[in-house]
Design a protein around this ligand. Structure first.
Ligand code: NAD
Length: 492
């Protein structure tokens, strides 16, 4: 195993004390308590981040409020705002390897995945920089007596709380910061307590890029304390949240109390239907990688496999073989394909689910064990002969664990696919285009893959049906989350 050398900038960022970004200043949190930053590849402590208190959150919201109510950002010429957002993307691009290394240290991801995600973050931010000078209202001919000029304005919603998870930290932050900034909102970003390093570094880079004081503020800390203070704060106009469905319900309650605008990107348990005429040379590896990629920690992962009974042996054995062939290891090893689970807590949760599957009567067809004796590695796992009443089928495991069962007819496959509280994504594999599109309409999910199991792009709406979310990120829909419409009636 040969690990890549860390850049001096990576090492010095990891080593230095972490603070909170409030206004244009990095400030000590009110308390000296630190949250450990742990390298999931070996379990070693890397650093510590601040545990922001309610008073720290109040300061951050006050800075964002001042920047929105009094600062230049919301009323800046749109082309100038676009140029500043592009300058932020330029800074990320100039530091891409350093950011990728930080992401890998913090999450355990293979370094090549982190590099790809840093480029995805740049893409999302540039995409929304492009929207900043294309925000327009409408004009209307109305039915009121008399002569009138009536038009709408699209205005920024205000101060946004951006609460993000640990599975794709820099991408999740960029997917929210891009539209938030393009719309002219100001932000308080709260990264996940397990993975805050790249968000903090983004804060430094965005200040260097010239983002005005208070437009971006960053508080680190636990969800139940720092996050809770943020989502309940009266100075917040909008909450944009990505994370688990359980926390999403807490956020929805807080938003309802304060009547804040809210968008929720939540969990998934996405069905993957393989019909007997599918091209298995494509379907088998793609189905395996959808669930094993990022160690199964992907909201849209195809985590429930429904395979036609005629091809079940070939498909299940094939997916298991792909899992066994993947190289598990430290994220900083260029040859690693699958890294560890992000934290010990999540590792324990995934192991408990694998044991639960066996005790519920399913068969652990492959994998299922801890890999190595340090770090939080779990073998890619296939659980066969499940039924839709089992908890391993109904609940999101968020690890490299695939549950599989068979079907006889298309109607049965659709019924099984839709028998879930979740509705984030779904996939269909068949050579029959007509069947594919008919089934795509019948699956109750926000993203459908036909002959693929992992489509995503910053121009294409992303979000869930049922308990997988409220609203759509990416594309024009994602921008609208940060805008509100004002109607102006003028009598001529
Ligand atoms: P989580 O809900 O535990 O935490 C997400 C964020 O919310 C973290 O920053 C956390 O600190 C904060 N938080 C937790 N409790 C809070 C509270 N009471 N008040 C305010 N903030 C609080 O989720 P996670 O475990 O970090 O992420 C994994 C989940 O995210 C999975 O369910 C996954 O499916 C989901 N996810 C969804 C999408 C999507 O686009 N739909 C994308 C990525 C991840």
């Amino acid at each position: 195993m040969a690990l890549i050398d860390l850049l001096p900038d990576t090492s010095s960022f990891v080593a230095k004390p972490k603070q909170l970004l409030i206004g244009d200043d990095w400030q000590h949190a009110g308390s000296d308590a630190l949250i450990d930053v742990v390298n999931p590849s070996d379990g070693a402590r890397l650093s510590g981040i601040a545990d922001a208190s309610e008073a720290d959150v109040n300061n951050a919201v006050a800075a964002a409020r001042k920047a929105f109510d009094e600062g230049p950002w919301p009323s800046m010429k749109p082309g100038e705002r676009a140029a500043l957002i592009h300058a932020c993307a330029d800074k990320i691009a100039a530091h891409h390897e350093e950011l990728a290394q930080l992401e890998t240290l913090d999450t355990g991801k293979p370094i090549n995945s982190s590099r790809g995600e840093v480029f995805a973050a740049i893409g999302a931010i540039r995409y929304y920089a492009g929207w900043a000078d294309k925000i327009t209202g409408t004009t209307h001919n109305i039915n009121m007596p008399g002569d009138h000029h009536v038009y709408t304005l699209k205005e920024p919603v205000g101060v946004a709380a951006l609460v993000v998870p640990w599975n794709y930290p820099i991408v999740m932050a960029a997917m929210k910061l891009g539209p938030c900034l393009a719309a002219g909102c100001t932000a308080v970003l709260k990264p996940a307590e397990d993975t805050s390093l790249t968000a903090l570094r983004l804060g430094e880079l965005f200040l260097e890029a010239g983002l005005p004081e208070g437009v971006l503020n960053i508080v680190t800390g636990y969800g139940a304390t720092t996050g809770n203070a943020l989502i309940h704060h009266n100075g917040i106009d909008k909450i944009a949240f990505t994370g688990s469905t359980v926390t999403g319900k807490v956020i929805a309650h807080a938003a309802a109390e304060g009547l804040k605008k809210v968008s929720l990107e939540l969990g998934g348990k996405s069905p993957n239907i393989i019909l007997p005429d599918a091209d298995l040379e494509q379907a088998i590896p793609a189905s395996a990688m959808s669930i094993f990629w990022n160690t199964g920690q992907t909201c849209t992962a195809a985590s429930r496999l429904y395979v036609h009974e005629d091809i079940k042996d070939e498909v299940i054995a094939g997916v298991a073989e792909v899992g066994k062939s993947l190289k598990l290891g430290a994220g900083l090893d260029e040859e690693t394909q699958i890294g560890p689970i992000v934290s010990e807590k999540q590792f324990d949760k995934v192991q408990d689910y694998i044991e639960l599957g066996a005790s519920e009567g399913a068969e652990i067809a492959s994998g299922g064990k801890r890999h190595g004796d340090s770090g939080f590695f779990i073998e890619p796992t296939v659980i066969a002969n499940t039924t839709n009443d089992m908890r391993v089928v109904r609940e999101e495991i968020f690890g490299p664990v695939l549950v599989t069962q068979t079907f006889k007819t298309e109607d049965e496959a659709i019924a099984l696919a839709n028998d879930s509280d979740y509705g984030l994504a779904g996939s269909i594999w068949t050579k029959d285009v007509s069947t594919a599109h008919k089934m795509a309409r019948r699956i109750r999910a926000g993203i459908i893959g036909i002959n693929n199991a992992s489509g995503a792009d910053w121009d294409v709406p992303l979000g869930g049906y049922k308990q997988s979310g409220v609203g759509r990120e990416n594309g024009r829909d994602g921008l609208e989350l940060y805008l509100q419409t004002k109607s102006v009636f003028t009598t001529l």
